[in-house]
Design a protein around this ligand. Structure first.
Ligand code: PLP
Length: 281
């Protein structure tokens, strides 16, 4: 496997990570996951822009120009012959003796490599179970931080309960999933949490909202309660690697008749069309 290591593309065996990298010791860094369809990175511009935004928010200066990062990702995809899959991309603040405060002169480390292809066609087709859980994360969920401790704790909890995702509730209102955005359909209106510091503004979320506006579907970017969620007509989650996945049962309560709904199907189809159009260029 070829790995992007700052501006170089190396064999994985040539890459070593210093134990004093602040990403390793503090989770001091930010990341992205970009999907690749037919050898083409989908919404690469949006992902690279979000990487720079997250980095700016934690005052990490990425020493490579945006344009160059995009070109390097394209090279990485080509050199690994990735056809369908995804690219993991992270930047950490760099290596320094362990202390919380940092010297702004330390050199950040950019790493990217392909993730193994994960087939989500079954879950997209059949729908999944979710649990609800209290959102105990920090208040800057808009930053795509490497610190994912609560996300992984609660995803593991969901997994051990036979569920695919944990839907998080802050003060009784749905924020997002542990690694996805959540959409709720009720009476032909699509609800999702507004993009503020309580959620990560997913690229899939952004693309879908643009699509809903174009189609003049009714959208409300507002939080909803757990009761509203459980009484929804349809619920679905979105993320780069999952695209659009129906949620058919939450906390052992069936959503509607417990089958993927027709609106979600329409949205899945529309998303597939959108991907086709974008990768055609
Ligand atoms: N929210 C969280 C907490 C996530 O981790 C993710 C993706 O990993 C998303 C939302 C969806 O974001 P995107 O559509 O950009 O993948």
């Amino acid at each position: 496997m070829k790995v992007l290591f700052n501006s170089e593309i190396l064999e994985k065996s040539e890459v070593t990570i210093d134990m004093e990298d602040r990403g390793y010791q503090f989770g001091d860094g930010v990341y992205e996951v970009v999907n690749v369809y037919n050898g083409i990175a989908f919404t690469l511009v949006e992902h690279v822009d979000r990487l720079y935004r997250s980095a700016e928010e934690i005052r990490l200066n990425i020493p490579i120009e945006r344009e160059e990062v995009k070109q390097l990702i394209v090279r990485l995809i080509n050199e690994n012959s990735v056809k369908n899959g995804s690219i993991y991309l992270q930047i950490t603040r760099g290596v320094a003796p362990r202390k919380h405060q940092y010297d702004s002169k330390i050199k950040p480390l950019l790493i990217a490599y392909p993730l193994p292809f994960s087939d989500v066609s079954d879950v997209q087709q059949q729908g999944v179970k979710a649990i609800t859980a209290e959102d105990l994360r920090w208040l800057r969920c808009d930053i795509k931080s490497l610190n994912l401790l609560y996300n992984i704790m609660i995803k593991q909890e969901a997994h051990e309960q036979g569920a695919y995702e944990a839907i998080l509730l802050r003060d009784g209102q749905v924020t997002e999933g542990s690694s996805s955005n959540i959409f709720i359909v009720k009476d032909d209106t699509i609800y999702t949490h507004p993009a503020n510091n309580y959620i990560l503004n997913g690229i899939t979320r952004i693309k879908l909202l643009q699509l809903f506006h174009q189609k003049e579907w009714k959208i409300k970017e507002q939080p909803v309660s757990k009761q509203f969620l459980l009484n929804a007509d349809e619920v679905f989650l979105t993320s780069t690697t999952n695209e659009v996945v129906p949620i058919t049962m939450i906390d052992e309560v069936k959503i509607n008749d417990g089958k993927p709904g027709s609106f979600t199907r329409k949205i899945q189809q529309a998303f597939t069309e959108l991907v086709k159009e974008e990768i055609r260029g």
